[in-house]
Design a protein around this ligand. Structure first.
Ligand SMILES: [Fe+2]
Ligand SMILES: [Fe+2]
Length: 160
């Protein structure tokens, strides 16, 4: 992501990129599991990175600007992230044993993810776009670029 992008478009684009990786995983998991697994890994690390970006860079800024820490939208988003992470882990368990029969778990993950993403795209990202100055927005992108892989590249509790 580059600094000239806006927060709403950059984060919505990352949602779309992750959606596409997950579609690719689902499309080829019954014909080429090795390839499907690569898509899943990229999806998993990408989603974990996205959540780290939001929780450590975006949400604190929203909370600071609005004074809404408890009972605000970011609290709801953090709770939803935990549900998404649990469902991601459920699919991951299937991937670890190369079992393609995770359709039910995939649907659950997709359900929670798409509702969550819609809320962010319609409420949280536009609010940040209004609340932050250009300089503050540039800082957001700088911090995103500086996020170390160790912050999100965790697989089964191990760093890969
Ligand atoms: Fe999120
Ligand atoms: Fe998001």
């Amino acid at each position: 992501m580059i600094a000239t992008q806006s927060i709403p478009s950059a984060f919505a684009a990352d949602h779309d990129r992750l959606d596409e990786l997950f579609v690719n995983f689902r499309t080829c998991k019954r014909t080429d599991y090795a390839r499907a697994k690569e898509f899943f890994k990229e999806f998993k690390f990408g989603l974990q990175r996205h959540i780290v970006w939001e929780e450590s860079i975006l949400f604190p800024r929203f909370e600071h600007k609005t004074g809404m820490v408890k009972h605000g939208p970011t609290e709801v988003m953090r709770l939803e992230h935990r549900i998404i992470a649990d469902r991601l882990e459920e699919v991951h368990q299937f991937v670890q044993r190369q079992d393609p029969n995770s359709d039910h778990e995939e649907r659950l993950l997709l359900e929670s993810l798409s509702e969550h993403n819609q809320k962010e795209e319609h409420v949280l990202y536009p609010a940040l776009d209004r609340l932050l100055s250009d300089e503050e927005k540039a800082d957001v992108f700088t911090e995103m670029e500086q996020t170390p892989e160790s912050a999100y590249k965790v697989c089964c509790g191990r760093h890969e």
